[in-house]
Design a protein around this ligand. Structure first.
Ligand SMILES: Cc1cc2nc3c(=O)[nH]c(=O)nc-3n(C[C@H](O)[C@H](O)[C@H](O)COP(=O)(O)O)c2cc1C
Length: 364
């Protein structure tokens, strides 16, 4: 594996300013480089994106959800999703499934790829997953949880965590009960997205509910939901009793969110130090990781432009750039379009309307 091209001294210096403010933490036996962790996202948190986010200050990362059955069938595409980059230091692999035996078997295979921890998806609201009993449906069958957790842990060497929602629906917000079972079954920590399954991605994450769990938790808790911009994250870092926070969608439009949020004065400054030219360096590094990982040029192009367009969100003329890059079918030309666009931005700041809904579907 090749090293990616280095960041410029100027960008490195800016990043180091924020990095110096990061607080290393331990959740159970596992240490993370900061309290801000990249949440799992299907179709996004693949190897190139995860390693890039760790380079940009994510204290840890979690893979996209990976099917235990796909692993057990030896499906080549599924096994490819288990791969980890040698630069990834704090990465976990998330498994989904419903059957304890299949999950326990898949856990052994997943572990052999070298993650720091394994995680169970207990929050996916998607019908295809829940009708089979996986994802957030696991929250409905609480009596089945201890055997599932213990069955998986029996042959595992790395810690096991879970990612849940507040409950199935407004009448069954049973996260506190699940925390208790988790603690008694040796789960290392629990991450919670502050919505019910029924809510899917509507409304807002209920942070009062998340915070209330800190009074009863007795194991580390990671809060998640609607942490879309650095000042919101920074405020939450100051006020939350959670041991760590997870960020999903916020990292798509601002790849520097893990760093910028560490500055408690960010809100007063109202200005980001990261400019178009810094984004261009990020795009080049993403290109390096994608080219190393994906054998086909078409896959590199698809991955790259999806992320590049999100990175551009809120910058001037982002819509025009988006349509240009989506009509371009050539990888080298797409990189040139990106270079021209991001370098043309000069000192322009992003302007994003965070009240508008952004990506209202996902697997957790
Ligand atoms: C596109 C997308 C894919 C997701 N995939 C997963 C997944 O594979 N596993 C999981 O536990 N959660 C998944 N989620 C949920 C996120 O991890 C997170 O809980 C949710 O988006 C709320 O956090 P946010 O407001 O910071 O985005 C996904 C979310 C999105 C938007």
């Amino acid at each position: 594996m090749n090293e990616p091209r280095p960041f410029s001294p100027e960008l490195t210096e800016k990043m180091n300013f924020f990095r110096g403010k990061a607080e290393k933490i331990k959740l159970g036996q596992i240490s993370f480089d900061s309290k801000l962790i990249l949440a799992p996202m299907a179709g996004i948190c693949n190897l190139p994106y995860r390693v890039l986010m760790e380079d940009l200050g994510a204290g840890g990362t979690v893979s996209e959800l990976i099917s235990c059955h796909g692993i057990n069938y030896g499906n080549a595409r599924t096994l490819d999703m288990l791969k980890i980059h040698k630069r990834e230091r704090n990465v976990g692999i998330q498994l989904f499934g419903e059957d304890p035996e299949s999950m326990a078997k898949a856990a052994i295979v997943a572990e052999s790829y070298g993650p720091k921890f394994l995680d169970i998806n207990m929050g996916c609201p998607v019908a295809k997953v829940v009708t089979k009993g996986g994802g957030s449906a696991l929250m409905k069958e609480v009596s089945a949880l201890a055997p599932l957790f213990e069955g998986m842990r029996k042959n595992m060497k790395v810690p096991l965590s879970i990612k849940i929602r507040t409950g199935w629906d407004a009448n069954s917000r049973n996260a506190a009960e699940i925390l208790k079972i988790a603690r008694e079954s040796g789960i290392e920590w629990v991450a919670i997205h502050g919505r019910t399954r029924t809510q899917q991605y509507t409304g807002f994450a209920d942070w009062d509910f998340i915070e209330s769990l800190n009074d009863v938790k007795q194991l580390p808790l990671i809060g998640n939901g609607d942490l879309h911009h650095p000042f919101g994250v920074s405020e939450r870092l100051k006020s939350s009793k959670c041991d760590a926070l997870m960020i999903a969608r916020g990292a798509l439009r601002n790849p520097f969110i893990f760093l910028e949020s560490l500055d408690p004065e960010y809100e007063q400054k109202k200005k980001s130090v990261f400019l178009g030219k810094d984004y261009w360096e990020v795009v080049q590094r993403l290109y390096d990781y994608c080219s190393e990982h994906f054998p086909e040029e078409r896959t590199i192009l698809v991955q790259l432009r999806k992320l590049v367009v999100w990175f551009a969100a809120g910058f001037p003329h982002a819509a025009a750039f988006r349509s240009q890059i989506f009509t371009c079918q050539d990888l080298a030309d797409s990189m040139k379009l990106s270079e021209d666009y991001f370098l043309s931005l000069g000192t322009s700041q992003k302007s994003i309307n965070y009240d508008e809904v952004f990506m209202s579907s996902g697997h957790g």
